[in-house]
Ligand binder design. Structure first.
Ligand code: HAM
Length: 432
């Protein structure tokens, strides 16, 4: 027998029990985004490879070793499965002239792809909700992003989530810092690990992000970007902090927060938790004022962030978050050919008046159908046997609270069902 096929390593199926939780999360997120005035945008999952090279940076981990890139066998185009959404969102905004005269608040969600080593909370196909505010210059929008995250964590009941912020300044300030950093690291060249040696001249800032304990002392004493920030950058950063303080939101300034994508300037932030092990960053983002111009658009400032849905949902569950399983209002049971045909009509009529109905399919005796009805979680079964079908009636059988079974005319069913559902809801609430 041939071996059964498996999903690609690091790419997960989301089975119904979990997928229902995802859908509820997506509903909450959609309402939350609308309440802040963000509008949806949907971009393709595959983009031209040069888009990510230009946006994210040639010497980043993502571009150097994590992209699913391939040549289209039919026309030789170089394509990549998107590793993130910001580049695509900005490309789309430029291509469709979305920024003409108007700033835009946008959001997207969907799968992203990075060829990383899979572990808990780190996958090769993962999902993000991303938010981008294009055309906004001031610290107000940076603060809005941070505060809106805090509200979502609150709405979801997430605990142990900390906010870290930093300012990466302007490109000139970073260049001055970079030069000072290279000079400093050259003085410690022999102590650097292989990654450090490799990055010394290509991406020295990333050395500050090293997890290698042997390099901590060197990193600790390295020149800090904060000391190179000019007046405008400081003013912007202070502005963000004023809004956060006004809102009473605690944060920590982490001077070593540099992010793994090259497009950032000024404000960057990460939301981290200690409750998910090594992959504790649940959400991250910042300002990227140069990206629109870098991708060929008329210069426009911008800021945004993205959260990892898998990580947020694991934390949600860790913190006792529970999704309600959606159940039908009715499970429709039938026996005999005429009854089955009537059942189709009744089911459609009920759906037409707004009820959720699962119609039994696949045959089987009354007893096994009733078992399915029970398992569906529906509060009522509608039963149509030969008798009922001949009389143009149905039996309405309560499945949860031991109430009485009644027989009603098919035409009267929607109204009767509405009344009975209301009664059982009131009983559940204790209002009767
Ligand atoms: P990022 O930090 O690369 O930023 O990813 C954002 C979030 O996606 C991370 O904080 C994490 O929760 C989740 N994530 C990243 N990689 C994985 C993975 N392999 N498995 C599971 N979850 C993952 C960006 O992608 C930027 N585009 C964010 C942004 C938007 N900046 C401005 N606008």
């Amino acid at each position: 027998m041939s071996k059964t096929l498996q999903a690609v390593r690091g790419m997960n199926d989301i089975l119904p029990d979990d997928a229902e939780v995802w859908e509820q999360f997506e509903d909450i997120v959609r309402n939350w985004l609308h309440s802040y005035g963000y509008r949806p945008i949907r971009m393709p999952i595959v983009e031209p490879t040069p888009l990510f090279k230009r946006a994210i940076g040639e010497v980043t981990d993502i571009v150097e070793k994590e992209m699913y890139s391939f040549e289209d066998a039919l026309n030789g185009e170089h394509l990549t499965l998107r590793p993130e959404g910001t580049a695509s969102c900005v490309r789309a905004a430029i291509q469709h002239n979305l920024l003409f005269g108007n700033p835009r608040r946008l959001y997207y969600h969907g799968p992203m792809f990075r060829h990383e080593r899979p572990q808990k909370g780190r996958y090769r196909q993962f999902h993000q909700v991303g938010v981008e505010a294009l055309g906004y210059e001031g610290p107000d929008v940076d603060a809005e992003h941070i505060l809106m995250c805090a509200r979502l964590w609150d709405d979801l009941g997430l605990e142990d989530v900390q906010l870290e912020i930093n300012s990466l300044g302007s490109s000139e300030e970073r260049a001055a810092h970079r030069a000072a950093l290279i000079t400093y690291l050259e003085g410690h060249k022999d102590s650097l690990d292989e990654d450090g040696q490799r990055r010394l001249y290509t991406n020295p800032l990333r050395i500050l992000d090293t997890k290698n304990p042997a390099l901590q002392a060197i990193v600790e004493a390295a020149p800090k970007l904060a000391d190179f920030l000019g007046e405008d950058s400081l003013k912007h950063f202070n502005g963000v902090q004023t809004f956060l303080k006004d809102a009473g939101l605690p944060y920590r300034i982490n001077h070593r927060l540099v992010r793994g994508l090259d497009y950032y300037n000024r404000t960057v932030f990460e939301w981290v938790t200690t409750r998910l092990g090594a992959q504790g960053t649940i959400c991250a983002g910042g300002r990227y004022d140069g990206l629109v111009a870098q991708l060929g658009g008329k210069p426009a400032p911008a800021a945004g962030f993205a959260m990892g849905i898998e990580r947020i949902l694991s934390l949600w569950q860790e913190c006792g978050g529970q999704a309600e399983r959606p159940t039908p209002d009715v499970y429709l049971v039938h026996s005999g050919e005429a009854a089955q045909r009537a059942a189709f009509r009744v089911a459609e009529a009920l759906r037409g008046t707004g009820f959720a109905v699962t119609l039994h399919c696949g045959g089987g005796g009354f007893k096994s159908q009733m078992k399915r009805a029970d398992a569906s979680g529906a509060p009522f079964a509608v039963v149509i046997g030969e008798d009922e079908a001949a009389a143009g009636e149905v039996s309405l059988k309560p499945l949860r609270d031991g109430g009485e079974q009644i027989r009603v005319h098919m035409d009267a069913l929607p109204e009767t069902l509405a009344d009975r559902l209301l009664e059982s809801e009131e009983e559940d609430d204790g209002s009767i």
